[in-house]
Design a protein around this ligand. Structure first.
Ligand code: NDP
Length: 494
């Protein structure tokens, strides 16, 4: 075993050649990690204890003292380049495990592994660019401003895109020269540990630069966030949890980066290329069965095309095929857990009571659907903008639809929630795209596309969707601090 945390792991499929190194600290009780489609055991995982969190942070603190790691971007870059390659070499077993553990379709799982490799590769290149600037301060003094790593970074991740969201914090944090302690979501520990094992085995990665702790957010996550040895917390998850993380970090003034929830508006104007906008609306809400922070969960359509557009959308949603996510024919995977299924049902019931449910309402009956955490796609019309279904993040395949009469009304509707993560605009009028794109408060605004992410482009939230940015060059700088070295060769101080 590479990790020492799996007691039983029937779905453990990686057989990693080369040296195996322990990078997890876990000596507590075990918990079961089950497949949301079949309820079969994926792994029995050993949790960390609060003492293990202390040990993990000590290990990282000790490793961070190594000047070679902190000062040699070329070494860090080479390690990350090799890691990106290893992820690509193992795409099939990793994707299968991701699908089994998280429930997403196998096609999406493959694209998550490839996307993660790209993220690592991007920051591998940037590892050699953590530089500063120098300037003269008169004739006899000069200044050198350096970018330095922060120290120990805690990376806490959710379950919906467990590797992408891990890599977009871990890769820049390591590229900048920090030591990291990772705490994955309790629903996706196996894919996280298996993917990290491919990095931990690199002989040039100093012992302790990467450590993983496992177990409940309330205990293990909380202990990590509250640990005085942690210099920065890179947290991705629900807005309420993120606010609690920030509150605890504020007690001793530690840095946080927060990637939180969303309730994104997708705006379709009458002049849009309608077939493309229909594809975009489907992708915006049904990717990952709606369990994605940037889900375009509020569709705003110009009144003149609203009836036809919504009718065609409902037809397409009803044609989605629920099934085994390992079957390439499946187009709507199960939700991650029965808890999530309960949340989705509650919101669909509320939507049905307050508005009009336009999509089919009866789950197909077969053994697979009965065993799995499935939910039908739901499109709901006639809801007031103040309805909880319109305002709250559901994290499921639930779309609310609303007509608008003009640009100003569309912008007003887009802005009515407390979130500001993403938005979509569908129009062939580029002046309008510019105006509306500038007016909407969202970290990413897609124009005639949706859900395309690139390592080189920053992401993050306005309002309650987060603080700080990940990806892009700014995503690297988030994991550094500046220091001014001031040299003065005058013989007197003044
Ligand atoms: P949670 O906030 O419930 O959990 C996220 C992570 O935090 C998990 O590892 C969890 O552990 C841990 N955690 C929970 N409580 C605490 C605590 N008190 N202290 C420290 N850590 C804690 O989110 P979900 O996992 O349910 O993920 C879904 C949410 O993530 C959605 O709101 C979604 O919008 C958001 N998200 C945001 C993204 C963005 O980029 N803005 C991207 C993807 C998701 P455990 O699993 O054990 O509970």
């Amino acid at each position: 075993m590479t990790s020492g945390v799996f007691e039983r792991a029937p779905w453990r499929v990686l057989s990693i050649p080369g040296p195996q190194r322990t990078f997890t600290v876990a000596s507590g009780d075990t918990f079961e990690d089950c497949d949301p489609t079949t309820q079969e055991l994926v792994a029995e995982v050993r949790s960390s204890t609060v003492d293990d969190v202390d040990r993990a942070v000590d290990r990282a603190t000790h490793a961070f003292r190594s000047a070679r790691w902190r000062n040699d971007g070329a070494v860090r870059g080479r390690i990350l380049f090799r890691y990106a390659e290893r992820l690509r070499e193992h795409v099939e077993p990793l994707a299968e495990l991701l699908t089994r553990e998280q429930g997403k379709t196998i096609g999406e799982a493959r694209s998550e592994i490839f996307g993660s490799a790209e993220m690592v590769e991007y920051y591998a290149g940037l590892a050699r660019t953590v530089d500063g600037r120098a300037f003269a301060l008169g004739d006899e003094a000069h200044g050198v401003v350096l970018r330095e790593p922060l120290g120990v970074v805690a990376v806490i991740t959710p379950w919906n895109w467990p590797l992408t969201l891990l890599m977009r914090a871990l890769a820049p944090a390591l590229a900048a020269g920090n030591a990291c302690v990772v705490k994955p979501a309790s629903l996706t520990p196996a894919i996280t540990v298996e993917a990290l094992a491919l990095l931990a085995q690199d002989p040039d990665l100093p012992e302790g630069i990467l450590t993983c702790v496992l177990g409940s957010g309330g205990v293990v996550g909380n202990a990590l966030v509250s640990h005085p040895g942690v210099h920065m917390i890179a947290f991705t998850g629900e807005s309420g949890t993120g606010i609690g993380v920030m509150r605890r970090a504020a007690e001793d003034l530690r840095k946080v980066s927060l990637e939180l929830g969303g309730k994104s508006a997708n705006l379709v104007f009458a002049d849009a290329h309608l077939d493309k906008a229909l594809d975009g609306a489907m992708n915006a809400i049904f990717t990952t069965t709606g369990q994605i922070c940037t889900a375009g969960s509020r569709l705003l359509v110009e009144s003149s095309i609203y009836p036809e557009f919504v009718e065609r959308l409902v037809e397409r949603a009803n044609a989605l095929k629920l099934g085994d996510p390992l079957d390439p024919a499946t187009t709507l995977a199960p939700l991650v857990s029965f808890i999530q299924q309960g949340v989705v049902r509650k919101f669909v019931d509320l939507g049905r009571a307050e508005g009009t449910l336009l999509t089919d309402d009866v789950l197909p009956t077969n053994d697979l659907i009965a065993a799995g955490c499935f939910a039908l796609p739901a499109i709901i019309a006639d809801l007031a903008q103040g309805s909880r279904v319109v305002q709250e993040e559901i994290f499921g395949p639930v779309l609310t639809v609303h007509p608008f009469d003009d640009e100003q009304e569309a912008i007003g509707f887009a802005e009515i929630t407390e979130f500001g993560l993403a938005a979509g605009i569908w129009t062939t009028d580029l002046d309008r795209a510019w105006r509306v794109g500038r007016a909407v408060h969202a970290g990413t605004v897609w124009i005639n596309t949706y859900h395309h992410f690139y390592p080189e482009a920053e992401v993050g939230g306005f309002k309650k969707s987060g603080l700080g940015r990940q990806q892009g060059p700014v995503g690297l700088l988030e994991f550094t601090e500046t220091k001014h070295l001031n040299f003065d060769s005058r013989t007197t101080l003044w």
